[in-house]
Write a new protein. Structure first.
Length: 151
């Protein structure tokens, strides 16, 4: 297996990585992916791909270095997905090991991620990978409101 950090403008972002990423984020069209990446790149968003020996992209990770008051410096994993046909073959483990190496090299104190409550198989994987459940993540949808906006 080969793990590659894909740079901005690399055609493999859409050609190889996006089809795997869409298994986790099916709402991402190529256009929306480009839009998110263009806005997220200045905020530190990066993507890493895992390739099988036969050249297929079998895993994807979106991540960024974040500095905040709670963990000081962390590598936050936005997305981590293994292609469904390649699960339980060590792809997720290899991606996490790669990201941990990046985090250590960047002086991070933590490697963090969130996982949807419905993803119980992923939770078992993260626990096997020695992640701890350290917080609840709360979210509020900000749907457009009716009526005039702020003046």
């Amino acid at each position: 297996m080969k793990i590659i950090d894909l740079e901005r403008g690399d055609p493999r972002l859409e050609g190889d990585l996006l089809p795997v990423l869409r298994e986790l984020r099916p709402h991402l069209t190529p256009g929306l992916f480009r839009e998110v990446y263009e806005a997220g790149h200045p905020q530190g968003l990066r993507f890493t791909a895992a390739y099988a020996d036969d050249g297929r992209c079998v895993g994807a990770a979106g991540w960024r270095i974040v500095v905040n008051t709670s963990s000081l410096r962390q590598l936050y994993v936005d997305d981590l997905v293994t292609a469904s046909a390649d699960r339980s073959d060590g792809v997720g483990h290899a991606l996490l090991a790669h990201l941990e190496g990046r985090a250590r090299a960047a002086g991070c104190h933590e490697l963090n991620l969130d996982s949807g409550t419905q993803r119980t198989r992923a939770h078992r994987f993260y626990l096997r990978e020695r992640f701890d459940i350290v917080a609840f993540h709360f979210a509020r949808s900000l749907a457009p409101q009716d009526g005039p906006g702020p003046e």
